[in-house]
Design a binder for this molecule. Structure first.
Ligand code: G3H
Ligand code: 13P
Ligand code: ZN
Length: 311
C-alpha cells in the first residue's frame, strides 16, 4: 500500500466518533515503536515530521523509514509535515512525497493567514496532497515563541467559515486551551469545549485538529524526575478531555511530548540501573518499547482508533 492522505481516515473518524493519532517522529526507534503499536492494534496512522525533525534526522532518512513502516506493517499511513511555517517548506515536502502538510500561518494576521494558506492549498491539491491550517494561537512555546494563555489566542468561531471557504483547506487546527510541551496548565486543566462545539456547528462534517494534546503521564514524569529531575510541575491534558474531543469533531490528535517523556524515562532508568551499559541498543531498545506502550494506550484508551485501519 502506498502512503495515503487523511481524507478517508478523517471521514471515517468523524462519522465514527474517534480520532486518528498524529505522532511526531525524529528517529528510527520512535518510528518503530509507534508502528509496532499501530500494527498490533490495527490502527490507521499519521506520522508527522516537524522542521526540527527534518533538520535533525534529514527528510530523506525519515521518508525512507516511513516507507519501511508501510512495507512492514501494511497499514494505511499518512506522512505529514507538522507546523510548516512557509509556502517553501510545504512545497518541499509535497515535492518529496509527503501526503499531507500543515501550513501554520497562525502568527500572521487573519487575511495574511488566508493568503498563505490558499497558496499552499493550490499547490498541494494540484499534487494530490491534503492541507491542514491553523486559526487561533496555542498557548505555550511553539518555535521558541512564548504565547501567553489569553482569550485572544483562542480560535474565534466567527472566522472559521470564511477561513475554510476562502482557503479550501482540508482540516483546521483550532486553539481551545491546549499548548505544546510538558507544562500545559498551572492550575486546573480547562479546555474550551464551547468553542469546539461552536466551530463544528459552523463547519458541519469538517475535520478539526487538536495540537498540544499530550497527557504527560505522571508515572513517566516521576521516573524522569527520579533519575535527574527537570520536570517538576509538568501537567498535560487529562485523557477524559481528549476522549471527549475525539468523540466530537476532532479527527486528529497531535502527540509528541508524551513520546519524548517515554524515551527519556526509559533511557534514564535503564542507564541508572545499568551504569556499565554502553551499547546504544541496550537503552534504545527499552526506549522503543516504552514508545510502543504509550502509543498502544493512546490508540485504544484515548483515541478509539484501534481496529479501524481497514474498515
Ligand atoms: O509542535 C511541536 C512539536 O512538538 C514538534 O516539536 O519542533 O521541537 O520538533 P519540534
Ligand atoms: P504535545 O507537545 O502536547 O505533544 O503536542 C504536539 C503537537 O501539537 C505537535 O504538533
Ligand atoms: Zn502542534
Amino acid at each position: 500500500m502506498p502512503l495515503v492522505t487523511t481524507k478517508d481516515m478523517f471521514e471515517k473518524a468523524y462519522n465514527g466518533g474517534y480520532a486518528i493519532g498524529a505522532f511526531n517522529v525524529n528517529n528510527m526507534e520512535i518510528i518503530q515503536g509507534i508502528v509496532e503499536a499501530a500494527t498490533e492494534e490495527q490502527a490507521p496512522l499519521i506520522l508527522q515530521v516537524s522542521a526540527g525533525a527534518r533538520k535533525y534526522a534529514n527528510t530523506t532518512y525519515l521518508t525512507k523509514m516511513v516507507e519501511a513502516a508501510i512495507i512492514t506493517s501494511g497499514l494505511p499511513i499518512c506522512l505529514h509535515l507538522d507546523h510548516g511555517d512557509s509556502f517553501a517548506i510545504c512545497k518541499d515536502c509535497v515535492d518529496s512525497g509527503f501526503t499531507s502538510v500543515m501550513i501554520d500561518a497562525s502568527a500572521h494576521p487573519f487575511q495574511e493567514n488566508i493568503d498563505i494558506t490558499k497558496q499552499v492549498v493550490e499547490y498541494a491539491h494540484d499534487h494530490g496532497v491534503v492541507v491542514e491550517a491553523e486559526l487561533g494561537k496555542l498557548a505555550g512555546i511553539e518555535d521558541d515563541v512564548k504565547v501567553s494563555a489569553k482569550d485572544a489566542n483562542y480560535t474565534d468561531p466567527d472566522q472559521v467559515e470564511e477561513f475554510v471557504t476562502k482557503t479550501g483547506v482540508d482540516s483546521l487546527a483550532i486553539a481551545i486551551g491546549t499548548s505544546h510541551g510538558a507544562f500545559k496548565f498551572k492550575g486546573q486543566p480547562r479546555l474550551r469545549f464551547d468553542i469546539l462545539e461552536e466551530v463544528s456547528k459552523r463547519l458541519p462534517g469538517f475535520p478539526i485538529v487538536l495540537h498540544g494534546a499530550s497527557s504527560v503521564p505522571q508515572e513517566l514524569v516521576k521516573i524522569v524526575n527520579q533519575y535527574g529531575g527537570a520536570l517538576p510541575g509538568a501537567q498535560g491534558v487529562p485523557e477524559d478531555m481528549l476522549r471527549k474531543a475525539a468523540s466530537m469533531a476532532v479527527c486528529k490528535i497531535n502527540i509528541d511530548s508524551d513520546l519524548r517523556l517515554a524515551v527519556t524515562a526509559a533511557v534514564r532508568e535503564h542507564m541508572a540501573l545499568n551504569p556499565s551499559h554502553f551499547d546504544p541498543r541496550q537503552y534504545l531498545g527499552p526506549a522503543r518499547e516504552a514508545v510502543k506502550q504509550v502509543v498502544k494506550h493512546k490508540l485504544v484508551d484515548v483515541l478509539g482508533c484501534n481496529g479501524k485501519a481497514f474498515i
